[in-house]
Ligand binder design. Structure first.
Ligand SMILES: [Zn+2]
Length: 254
């Protein structure tokens, strides 16, 4: 059992809010109970996630994507579905805390951890906004071999490829989630870009520039749950119970 303040202070010391993108709504979303026994870590909050949290007597939900992208729940851009969900969380006195772009852009955050797991070396951030990381493989691999590794790592059955699966790759860029904006700032030596999803105009730009791209699906950020689960368990060893929410891939390929 720990005071919520203690938990949030430790998290914010590790992943400062000041590092988030200006447009982001990372950090506190909803304040509830002040004493915490159990935390649920998830990518997104939905009714299914919330019902599981309620059934398990969770007092704090830590999610990657902000539930509300506005300072006010009554903002006209917030959907009725979200307003209802927000109210249900409030009624149950549950805390919601988000670790979003301040986690993505951290030196020990999402993009760096994924790049390390995929055996990239000499990892550096790209651009002032740290939209993506770039690194090199210690041994050149074909795109098709990298596809096998990526599918295995993210536990996915399919992905989308822009480019040529026979090309041999040494330099790779990576951005978790929707990383299309990074296409415009990729250095010339990057031969492969791995991200979750991209808009059409970025897809045709990548194709026209001869950059190979793997679109893994936004579900790749399920890795957030593993990373934060490990971080909380290492930090608060035995003082709290931490539960992972295992999201189901919402898309079916037919
Ligand atoms: Zn995301």
């Amino acid at each position: 059992m720990l005071p919520i303040k203690t938990i949030i202070t430790v998290i914010e010391d590790k992943f400062p809010l000041a590092n988030a993108c200006l447009w982001d709504f990372t950090g506190w979303q909803i304040k509830g109970k002040i004493t915490i026994n159990k935390i649920l870590v998830c990518l997104d909050i939905t009714n299914i996630v919330l019902d599981q949290a309620l059934a398990a007597d969770i007092e704090l939900i830590i999610c990657h994507h902000p539930l509300v992208f506005a300072s006010d729940i009554n903002h006209p851009t917030i959907s009725p579905w979200k307003k209802k969900l927000y109210q249900k969380i409030k009624n149950n006195d549950i805390n919601v805390y988000t670790l979003h772009t301040n986690f993505d852009k951290d030196d020990k955050g999402m993009n760096v951890l994924m790049a390390q797991d995929l055996n990239l070396e000499n990892i550096n951030f790209l651009g002032q906004e740290k939209l993506a990381v770039v690194g090199n493989l210690n041994q050149a691999l074909s795109v098709s071999t990298i596809i096998k590794n990526v599918k295995n790592y993210f536990k996915i059955e399919y992905l989308q490829l822009i480019g040529n699966q026979h090309q041999i790759i040494r330099n790779v860029a990576l951005s978790g989630g929707a990383g299309g904006d990074a296409i415009t700032i990729l250095p010339n030596n990057v031969q492969l870009f791995i991200t979750g999803e991209m808009k059409w105009h970025h897809i045709i730009e990548a194709q026209d520039c001869g950059i190979n791209v793997l679109l893994v699906g936004h579900y790749m950020e399920q890795k957030f749950v593993d990373f934060i689960y490990d971080f909380l368990n290492q930090t608060f060893n035995g003082q709290l119970e931490v539960i992972k929410y295992k999201h189901q891939q919402p898309l079916t390929i037919i």
